[in-house]
Design a protein around this ligand. Sequence first.
Ligand code: DQA
Length: 146
Amino acid sequence: MPALLILNGPNLNLLGTRQPEVYGSTTLQDVEAMCSAHAPDCMLSFFQSNSEGALVDAIHAAKGTQDGIILNAGAYTHTSIALHDAIASIELPAIEVHLSNVHARESFRHHSYLSPVVLGSVAGFGAQSYLMALDGMKAHLASRTK
Ligand code: DQA
């Protein structure tokens, strides 16, 4: 059973009340419950932090304990070379997730420091983005073991 870390960055603890016109009314707890219901065949771990260093530490801790990472780094997506380096350092597949379609928003959201070091990205489907990323990760891991 694949072990997957679902990692959420800054301000995502406020989902449900934070700019619902952009991010919807689903809470982070709802998103995590949806992930668990969607992937009963995976061992999911969840972690959210508003701190860049705590996210780096969680990525490091995933090495050797997880099979993959699904990451919504929030605004750190657009600023963090440290998260880029952390993902590049652990040799685990990672998928970048965004609730909103970042490419249809302000230009400062168009660049991702994570995109070069992840398997792929899913953006714009609200909470469904996480479920699509889970499907992509499961398919990727299954194809590696064939
Ligand atoms: C986000 C998009 C980011 O630009 C923003 O800073 C977030 C959330 C998303 O899920 O759509 O915090 O990652």
